[in-house]
Write a protein that binds this ligand. Structure first.
Ligand SMILES: NC(=O)c1ccc[n+]([C@@H]2O[C@H](COP(=O)([O-])OP(=O)(O)OC[C@H]3O[C@@H](n4cnc5c(N)ncnc54)[C@H](O)[C@@H]3O)[C@@H](O)[C@H]2O)c1
Length: 391
């Protein structure tokens, strides 16, 4: 089955991951027309003229539009696919508009920032037999799948204490992030910390039950205040604790494209175990003759020669994640019963099976606004979050 794809937003994530992946899927016959909708013509022109993408996918192109996404989606062929790649705080309206237009949806993480919004999305999608997937690409890093398998087979025992970090490069501060990554919209934890919270659940099956996040604010070059550095403590349903540190703060002169990794300490009876993922330095060290040194990751998104024709292809978990989500949407369109299979398997994140992430985000935002006070997460038919009372 071939699906037409409408992408809403044309920023960094579309350039780095979504568009090259869609071109590759079109080469494989899984994707039909690709339309990208953005507010500014220059965003679309820059994307269309990008040499890196054009070199890998000669002859591939997309339809560009600066029309309002509501109009674009109203005219899109029904029961096809929409990918939402807008700033975090705009996801809810865009996802709901796509569902109303009878579109299967893939949304970049975090799906939304409030659990109630996630529940509304979940119900609206279920009523129409539509798939709503959330793009947590770290799940498609083979090391995460291996860890999930081994943890769930009991090889590690129980998770007790962990630490994770993901710092993006300093230059993000000079990008379009200045226009949306303000204190009232997002923060370093909401933006990237959610990946490791999601991974801990993905691997262990545990649920987060409380969170406390404190931040260090700094200004963007345009003067906007942001939670540029954050420190979070997440408590899990078995009592385990995870510390997560995040920032737009990895030095530009650092050798990789970020710094990231996770260590989980575990135990069973009187024996201990651990799981340690070094996720930024993956063993490659390149020293170039012009004096440059880098430690590239071969695992997220890389361009390698195409063995079946001209150009190149993309490899890595960034591509595999988009492929898996597109395949999931197609399988649901072919047979709505597939929705339950996907939900239950829990490999692909959906609005419904990953809604603990919305609870974490909502709790984190509340904690940040209250100088790091602990916020409790309550599950049940009407899940909610609230500040812990010490009275
Ligand atoms: N690791 C990841 O999973 C990952 C990485 C990057 C981005 N993302 C997510 O993707 C989304 C977009 O991030 P990005 O890195 O592409 O951001 P970006 O700032 O580079 O691009 C944002 C896009 O949205 C458009 N836009 C529409 N309305 C806007 C508004 N009111 N303010 C600012 N921009 C507006 C911009 O024109 C641009 O095309 C975010 O939700 C982000 O969290 C996820």
């Amino acid at each position: 089955m071939k699906m037409h794809v409408t992408v809403i937003g044309g920023g960094m994530i579309v350039h780095d991951q979504i568009l090259p992946s869609l071109y590759q899927l079109r080469r494989k016959g899984l994707v039909g027309n690709i339309t990208i909708c953005a507010r500014n013509k220059t965003t679309l022109d820059t994307l269309a003229a990008n040499e890196r993408i054009a070199k890998a996918f000669p002859g591939e192109s997309f339809t560009a539009t600066t029309a309002c996404y509501k109009d674009v989606l109203a005219n899109a062929a029904q029961r096809n696919l929409t990918i939402i790649a807008l700033p975090d705080q705009l996801h809810f309206d865009a996802v709901m508009t796509a569902i109303d237009a009878q579109q299967h949806v893939i949304c970049v993480k975090p799906l939304v920032q409030k659990i109630q919004q996630a529940k509304i999305i979940e119900k609206a999608a279920q009523d129409r037999n539509l798939f709503v997937g959330v793009e947590y690409h770290k799940r498609f890093d083979d090391r995460a799948l291996m860890a999930r398998d081994r943890y769930r087979a009991g090889h590690f025992g129980d998770f007790k204490l962990g630490t994770a970090r993901l710092f993006e490069k300093w230059y993000y501060r000079h990008s379009n992030f200045q226009n949306w990554f303000s204190m009232e919209n997002s923060d370093a934890f909401t933006y990237i910390g959610c990946h490791y919270v999601d991974l801990v659940h993905f691997i262990t099956g545990l649920l987060p039950v409380s969170i406390s996040v404190a931040g260090v604010p700094e200004k963007f070059p345009n003067g906007t205040d942001a939670w540029m550095w954050t420190d979070a403590r997440v408590k899990w349903s078995n009592g385990a604790l995870l510390n997560v540190q995040n920032a737009l703060g990895y030095p530009d002169q650092g050798p990789g494209s970020n710094t990231q990794g996770m260590t989980l300490w575990t135990s069973l009876g009187d024996r201990g175990g651990f799981l340690n993922h070094t996720d930024s330095h993956r063993g490659l060290e390149y020293c170039y003759v012009d004096g440059g040194y880098s430690e590239p990751s071969p695992d997220y998104m890389q361009y390698v020669p195409n063995h079946l024709g001209p150009g190149e292809r993309v490899v890595g978990y960034g591509y595999r994640s988009i492929e898996a989500l597109v395949e999931a949407a197609q399988s649901v369109e072919a047979d709505p019963k597939q929705l339950e299979v996907i939900e239950t398997q829990g490999i692909v994140a959906t609005a419904s099976n990953s809604s603990y992430n919305e609870l974490v985000t909502e709790a984190a935002r509340l904690s940040l606004e209250n100088e790091g006070r602990e916020v409790l997460i309550q599950y049940g038919t009407l899940p909610f979050v609230h500040l812990k009372s010490y009275l």
